[in-house]
Design a protein around this ligand. Structure first.
Ligand code: NDP
Length: 312
């Protein structure tokens, strides 16, 4: 396993990591979570991602119980704040919710601090000064070691940095964007200035586009799969994506890799990706996806160009 710094920050994250969205709680109980986390950890994964919104806090509660098996120093833990409940002050990035949400997450996770604390979305209803000051205080008070953004535009991230500079506050060091063969623009183009000017790292999500890039939907929607269970995600599946996933699968086969392995290896080939957050609903998927690191050398310039043509 390779460990990357998060951009210019000192902390090191395993190049592949493990997340809990839609799986911890609804699909995986504590015993299964422990089994998956052990598979990940034994492969060298040190970074585990969570959010207050996942299974309405249950994903953090379950991960918190599973963490008892590990030495805290061996782990990089994150959580994300934005959707903390139904009340007007349970949502968004107000100072009040950022502090209350963080305290509740830490309690569920049973830790004194997370390593990375993300603002899960930008909040146009809260002044940037308020968000930056609140995150600065949370870091200075020891509730988190670094803070970051998730799905913020480059302009919003830049504004956060400029405000932090003005206030003498701690700026964000990491962004958590979606990045996969279907969603590339932001990570490859829009964020270039924030890598260059601010040394931001990225912890990228949905490397398989919710499983589509594993090829599992090429011949219909399997019963019990994510897209079978979740209507709004299924609505995004169309013929064009399936056609691309099929052609990509052919290429993967030719290279001696599974579609999932090649799709994840492709994410790893981007030098601005600090870690690829894997999702898996069982240990077998996770083992397969962790194997992606072995296929990185197959992504020669010629193969990358063929992939671009398939996805065009
Ligand atoms: P993926 O795109 O990799 O999708 C994972 C899902 O695809 C699995 O749960 C499983 O679903 C299916 N799958 C995975 N591997 C295989 C395989 N080898 N063969 C067949 N099916 C497979 O990642 P996620 O969308 O789960 O995102 C990863 C993590 O990123 C999340 O857990 C979360 O931590 C983070 N995230 C962050 C977001 C943000 O806004 N910041 C948003 C979304 C995710 P199934 O078996 O049920 O079909």
């Amino acid at each position: 396993m390779k460990y990357n710094r998060l951009g210019s920050a000192g902390i090191k994250v395993s190049e592949v990591s493990f997340g809990s969205w839609l799986t911890f709680g609804p699909q995986l109980d504590l015993a299964q979570i422990k089994a998956c986390m052990k598979v990940a950890f034994d492969h060298g994964v040190n970074f585990f991602d969570n959010a207050e919104a996942y299974a309405e806090g249950e994903a953090e509660t379950l991960m918190g119980q599973a963490l008892a098996d590990y030495r805290r120093e061996d782990l990089v833990l994150s959580t994300k704040l934005f959707w903390g409940g139904k009340g007007p002050n349970d949502i968004g990035l107000s100072w009040k919710h950022l502090v209350e949400g963080t305290k509740a997450s830490l309690k569920r996770l049973r830790v004194e601090a997370v390593d990375l604390l993300f603002c899960h979305r930008p909040d146009p209803n809260v002044p940037m000064e308020e968000v930056v000051r609140a995150m600065d205080v949370l870091v200075r008070q020891g509730h988190a070691y670094y803070w970051g953004t998730s799905e913020w535009s480059a302009v919003e991230i830049m504004e956060a940095h400029l405000v932090a500079r003005e206030l003498g506050a701690i700026p964000p060091v990491v962004e958590q964007p979606q990045y996969n063969l279907f969603v590339r623009e932001r990570v490859e183009k829009e964020y270039q200035p924030i890598y260059r000017r601010f040394g931001m790292g990225t912890t990228i999500w949905s490397p398989l586009a919710s499983g589509i890039l594993s090829g599992k939907y090429n011949d219909g929607v399997p019963k019990g799969s994510r897209l079978d269970r979740i209507d709004w995600l299924r609505a995004r599946l169309d013929e064009a994506k399936i056609k691309k996933a099929r052609a990509f699968g052919e290429l993967a086969k030719e290279l001696g890799a599974s579609s999932a392995e090649l799709a994840i290896a492709w994410c790893l080939a981007n030098p601005h990706v600090s870690t690829v957050i894997l999702g898996a609903s069982n240990p077998t998927q996770l083992r397969q996806n962790l194997g992606a690191v072995e296929h990185r050398s197959k992504l020669t310039p010629e193969v990358l160009a063929r992939i671009d043509r398939i996805m065009a």
